[in-house]
Design a protein around this ligand. Structure first.
Ligand code: SF4
Length: 262
């Protein structure tokens, strides 16, 4: 079996939502929160790419300075808040909003979110290893694909950061989050290094809130079991709905589902 992590995530939210999306393949519209999240991810991908490019330029320039001692270093990288706002506006996706006014309000809200991101980002020196990097790993014989938002090299080792534009999750939920466990497993497989830290960076109108966590071998064993359980349920066709107000409210199939809790 081959499955993406976002498919597993959908199954975890509600098995019927998975059935509608991946078995029956019902058409769906991108929602406003999804569109906003994609705009944020696109912007931060370009920002991260620019960070990595700046590091390369800096390394190349310092090699040259050894050869030509009176050379001036190049003007490396305009990693300023104005540059980030430029990226935001050029990456903003207008689809998904009911009206033009709603889209304009989201665009403005995003400016504030980007300022919060910038304040978080500049708090410390950062070494980015990769941005939006796809991965594939095998767990219990199943191939699982996914994508890291951002990996940094820190003094302690590798740190995986995932951007979220949804509501902030409390520490205990982040400690038990399956997505972060999959990232820890993928990190160890791809980089052959343990993941020292993982975090969700929640980006909202109230600020940028980072909730950090770690994974022990015991957590990773539990994650493998959870994934195996989901795979078995999917293969046996168990798509029993699990309606809840929070999940149904943003479900793209709430209009056709007879048990939607909205
Ligand atoms: S509306 Fe609710 S119960 Fe129905 S598929 Fe969506 S999330 Fe599941």
């Amino acid at each position: 079996m081959a499955i993406s992590y976002s498919q597993l995530q959908t199954y975890g939210r509600c098995p019927r939502q998975y059935e509608y999306g991946y078995i029956k393949k019902l058409p769906r519209r991108i929602s406003a929160p999804e569109s906003f999240g994609s705009s944020v991810h696109n912007t931060l991908k370009k920002w991260g790419d620019r960070e990595m490019e700046g590091r390369k330029q800096k390394a190349a320039s310092s090699k040259q300075l050894h050869l030509f001692t009176d050379s001036e270093p190049a003007d490396f990288c305009p990693l300023t808040s104005d540059f980030l706002l430029e990226l935001w506006h050029s990456s903003f996706i207008v689809e998904g909003y009911e009206t033009r006014v709603e889209a304009d309000m989201a665009r403005l809200r995003g400016e504030q979110v980007m300022r919060f991101f910038f304040d978080w980002w500049r708090k410390e020196e950062r070494t980015v290893l990769c941005i939006e990097k796809g991965f594939s790993l095998t767990i219990n014989g199943t191939q699982i694909s996914g994508r890291f938002d951002r990996i940094e090299q820190t003094e302690r080792g590798l740190k995986v950061i995932d951007f979220k534009t949804s509501a902030v999750k409390p520490q205990e939920k982040v400690d038990a989050d399956l997505q972060l466990s999959v990232y820890a497993l993928a990190c160890a497989e791809i980089f052959e290094l343990p993941c020292a830290e993982l975090s969700f960076l929640f980006l909202g109108e109230e600020g940028a809130m980072e909730v950090c966590t770690e994974r022990t071998p015991g957590h990773l064993k539990d994650a493998s079991k959870q994934i195996l359980n989901m795979e078995q349920n999917i293969e046996s066709g168990n798509f029993h709905p699990t309606p809840s107000r929070d999940v149904c409210r943003s479900c793209p199939y709430k209009g056709v589902c007879d048990v939607a809790a909205v």
